[in-house]
Design a protein. Structure first.
Length: 83
């Protein structure tokens, strides 16, 4: 949340840090939103949404790795030499 708020993708309140260095405001707002969603939506729907979200995150990560491998330069100095 902090980095996205610093970049302007989230409201600036998510980047506020208290005297101890904690992101109290962003955590509180996210928690309140989750409480409201959890109290209004039945658990079976929440369970399905969570499963779909995990599947989408995994699929996007796997697809980005494949795309990076296909579009990477032919000379890869960051790879280890075969011995």
């Amino acid at each position: 949340q902090y980095a996205m708020a610093q970049d302007g993708l989230l409201p600036a309140i998510f980047a506020k840090v208290d005297a101890s260095g904690n992101l109290w405001h962003g955590t509180f707002i996210a928690g309140v939103v989750m409480i409201v969603v959890a109290s209004c939506v039945p658990f079976t729907y929440l369970n399905d949404l969570i499963s779909a979200g995990v599947l989408m995150a995994f699929s996007m990560t796997a697809a980005s790795v494949v795309l990076l491998r296909l579009k990477s330069p032919p000379k890869r100095p960051f790879l280890l030499q075969k011995s």
